[in-house]
Write a protein that binds this ligand. Sequence first.
Ligand code: 5GP
Length: 349
Amino acid sequence: MITKIIQEEKIQKAKKYVEKGESFVIVTHVTPDGDAIGSALGLYHFLTAYGKDNVAVVVPNDFPQFYKWMPGNKEIVIHEKYPDFAEQLVRDADVIFCLDFNEPKRIEKLAPAVVAADGRKVMIDHHLNPADFCRVTMSYPEMSSTSEMVFRFICRMGMFELINKDCAACIYTGMMTDTGSFTYNSNKPEIYTIISELIKKGIDKDLIYRKVNQVYSESRLRLMGYVLYEKMKVYPEKQAALITLSLEELNRFHYVTGDTEGFVNLPLSIEGVTFSVFIREDKDYVKVSLRSVGDFPCNRFASQYFNGGGHKNASGGEFYGSLADAVAVFEKGLKEFNPNKTEELDKHA
Ligand code: 5GP
């Protein structure tokens, strides 16, 4: 028996939308990760199994190759590639599910269309401080992944039977990737009850692990070697580490989306390092990824210095300026940041 986390009233309201809606769009955040794609496709398969034949998944931009085995991935509409089509889908939808993000900003150029759309919006998410732009807001930061929430949502509507193998595989992928393959944020026993149910649906969890984690290119491994040897700076007195990569370096190693996935976690394997930051130059801005172990609230650091947020141990942000300036901001932050004095920043994290 799984605890009823999501409020009954929210389940019932969203259930009505599911029953009555004819056209559905599922939207998830920019630079979609495993939980974004997993939760979106999990819900997609559920709605399809329910008998809805007008269901689309729309993402702001492309997602890594190692998620392109997921059932249904070819149906995903990428806004960056097909903006008019994607926005038309959003405009025409009776119901819009907003998965794995807490504020319109997180879907970047897709935000105006989603915010303006008439369709009934339902947020299913596990980030702090949800913005008020959906009719139903299911926001539970204590959940380890949005995919887990999608599983709970379907079960609570009494439709567990409609979770087929494809749906289960997508949900499992999201649960696995958002917990670092169950190495953090994954001590709640119910996670394993859910996994047990997903296995009973026919998924091969070992194969899913391999499909996500053991399919990289040679150049990604060489880039990782370069990063660890030349580009990682450790600040022992601050228990911190920094990795930086410029566009030139990424191009030199034939970077494709997803190649730097997980790099930010690497320094955390150094004894004593509890805060790791990866700063990567992108086309229009500098992307910042932050990770911590234990009590250090890297989301508050992200919020204070990089206009970002996220979870206590995994957060991100953006910087508009040069890579060198971003590093300077990070080092300034390292000197002055006091986690105990920033609790109010949780409001924005
Ligand atoms: P990543 O480092 O993998 O890009 O992001 C880790 C987590 O940080 C994401 O799951 C998301 O919760 C959060 N995050 C990443 N980038 C941003 C950002 O620009 N703004 C906010 N508010 N959160 C972010």
